[in-house]
Design a protein around this ligand. Sequence first.
Ligand SMILES: [Zn+2]
Length: 349
Amino acid sequence: MPDYTIDVQGMVDFLTALLNIPSPTGYHEAAIEACENSFSNLPLALHRSRKGVLIGTWEGHEGSAPRGLTAHIDTLGAMVDTIKKDGRLKLTQLGGWAWGSVEGEGVTIMTQSGQTYRGTILPTKASVHIYGADARDFKRDSDHYEVRLDIRADDAEEVCILGISVGDFVAFDPRIEIGKAGFIRSRHLDDKAGVACIYGAVKALADAGLVPAQRAIVHISNYEEVGHGGAAGFPPDMAELLTIDMAAAGGPQNSDEFSVGICVKDAGGPYHIEMKRRLVALAEAADIPYRLDVYPYYGSDGEAYWRSGGDVAVGLIGPGVDASHHYERTHVDSLEATARLIAEYLLAE
Ligand SMILES: [Zn+2]
């Protein structure tokens, strides 16, 4: 067995820094740049595609069947849809989240000119003292939520003068908390935790002086939450693609927050059987805790590549995330298991 060590603390530090950079889908530049800076210390030849994907190439012992790894830095978020007469903001969604999952959340509005403003997502009838039963029971949809800005502005005109406009991006506060027991609580672990696992795996192998069996392509995607992140950006000779994205843990699922999830099937159908066989065999041989699972309402960048015509074998693994697309949680053990399985995959003959 090749000898390498996953720097779990280094991976958590990378993840924390990335979580603190707002990157709702479509607003990816700063997060991609942060990845580029961290990845520049790894043995990857880096470039960005026209779409903004960060692509890193790592020469392997062989280049006959290059292996891709993809994970996405874009997250759920929102955009200003309407500036209401009273100066509050109606939002439109970026990605698939439930309105109740962001009720009361702090937000940052990023304006066209680069200014930022703070506010809170609230129900349009928030106060029980004013609205009684209507504050408790209402339809959780875009018409019943708004952003209350922390600025003195009484109407839409005053808000516009500050530079806020329709189309401005809105980022939810991640609210990161890392507990002594190893839990990591934050929004947007999907899929910044996956990006961190790739970073941890490549760094571990590089630190140990190891080289992947085949040329590896690291693809950090920026439009996954809207379905087409993985549609482009891979070289034509790539033979297989391992997607690193969260495992949906909780409730009836088989995934958990302490192992690496290997997805067998999601809403887009089954992943490639040969990839699944190999990933299970690698996990067993290296004694990595893993969970096979099926995610009913889930899609990935691996499927996006398949649907765009990618003629490769596609697999999906990732850290277990509880309450995904809500206020999420995972555990360092899950990050470590995922990074180890990525490392084993890269080394495998
Ligand atoms: Zn994801």
